[in-house]
Design a protein around this ligand. Sequence first.
Ligand code: SAH
Ligand code: SF4
Ligand code: F3S
Length: 471
Amino acid sequence: MAKHVYIKTFGCQMNERDSEIIEQLLAGSGYIGVADPGSADLILLNTCSIRAKAEQKVYSLLGQLREEKSRRPGLRIGVAGCVAQQEGEEIFRRMPHVDIVLGTQQIYRLPDILASLEKGDTQRELAVDMEQDFAIPPFQKLLRGDGRRPPSPAGTNCDYKKFVTIMQGCNNYCSYCVVPSTRGREISRPVADILEEARLLVAQGVREITLLGQNVNSYGRTNPVATQPVSFAGLLRQVAAIPGLARLRFTTSNPRDLSEELMQCFADLDNLCPQLHLPVQSGSNRILARMNRKYTVETYLDRVAALRRYRPGIALTTDIIVGFPGETDEDFEATMELLRTVRFHGSFSFKYSDRPNTRSAGFADKVPEEIKSARLQRFQQLQDEISLERNKEYIGKTVEVMVESCSGQEVKGRTATNHVVHFCSDRQPAAGEQLAVRIVHAGKHSLRGEPAARGQERTRPGPHETSGGHR
Ligand code: SAH
Ligand code: SF4
Ligand code: F3S
């Protein structure tokens, strides 16, 4: 009889993709994904440790599951992801009802771990080893015997757009960041494996692919098993050339090594979306140096200008940390100034949070919580104003929207610039379909439009955006 697994995913896209991989692996062991933890035989939390709050959330959810486990002793509870990697055995100590703690490199062992728990060989499993020469297993290993992907799991990514992990880990050691210790050393997947996965996805009807890595720009550089001398730009060109791939994106890019060769791709590749998430973190060179980001505000601004030259209209988003240790009012004003200068389409902004095994956790001059909150609020207010102004620039324009979902006549989709667009349609378009939509209204978080030509909606690229040039 089929068993049921419920997976809750926290954190970044890397975790989302890992959750999918876990579901794919478990499908091979007879597990079906469910959206209700109450009906699950296995509850798995795929966790994030990037800020203290993210970690607290995991512990509080685990606390709530204690009762569920005492009601249903056969239920298995597992913790995967960055908190599992960071905390290890401590999770069993604080949460004795947890059965499995699965580190970030160990997800591929989950079917074996479950089998040995079922046989009663072990009571509990702690699998958090980190290998120096870890390699992501070849994609073929994730497929079922018949070579087809298992059905898409409930509650995760939709079928027409997918993530493809191209590397794991990070060697950058930004002074505030837990990722190098939770994800291990940077390792790139072989080009052939990535291409095989991407081609199969497109053959199965996937229209949009996002390539994932903590720092995609260093793809291929730090791989001890690399046999192919290829840059990220080289890889991007090969993926973009897959016939039928309408949209290609990638994340995340460290501004430090955003190469000219990579920026050139934005000019050359039609299906590379005009959108880039380029985390800057701070507008103060003094703080950037303390963060160990290894670029200056000036180089960042140069790259922004270059990107806009290579791809006019490119939508830029960023990440900001406010209240980093030692951040003065002047440093913070420099961040506000940077926001006014670049006018990002959107941003994710966070209060600095001390993390284990990071250098900045040991810095003396911590910023008080109230000041962090006040700065965050001011930053977000200005960003909201700018996002609204930016979004208003689309009013009157016709953009290509890829449909995400429909609810009655109300359709939601995304532009190539990654803006959410809502519009009404007489018929229900399929997810992944591309329609020309004229924007008539802009809010700070989304746009509203109407089909450009009712009854004659096109599925080919419109005049104001390009995509899917290879079909
Ligand atoms: N690899 C990506 C970032 C991954 S973490 C990059 O280098 O751009 C996502 C974001 O979380 C970071 O960009 C940063 O803004 C934020 N972040 C990371 N560590 C943090 C910390 N200790 N406190 C607050 N925010 C943090
Ligand atoms: Fe963390 Fe820096 Fe690596 Fe990004 S580049 S994951 S912020 S250490
Ligand atoms: Fe969080 Fe780990 Fe991603 S700490 S942001 S889930 S790499």
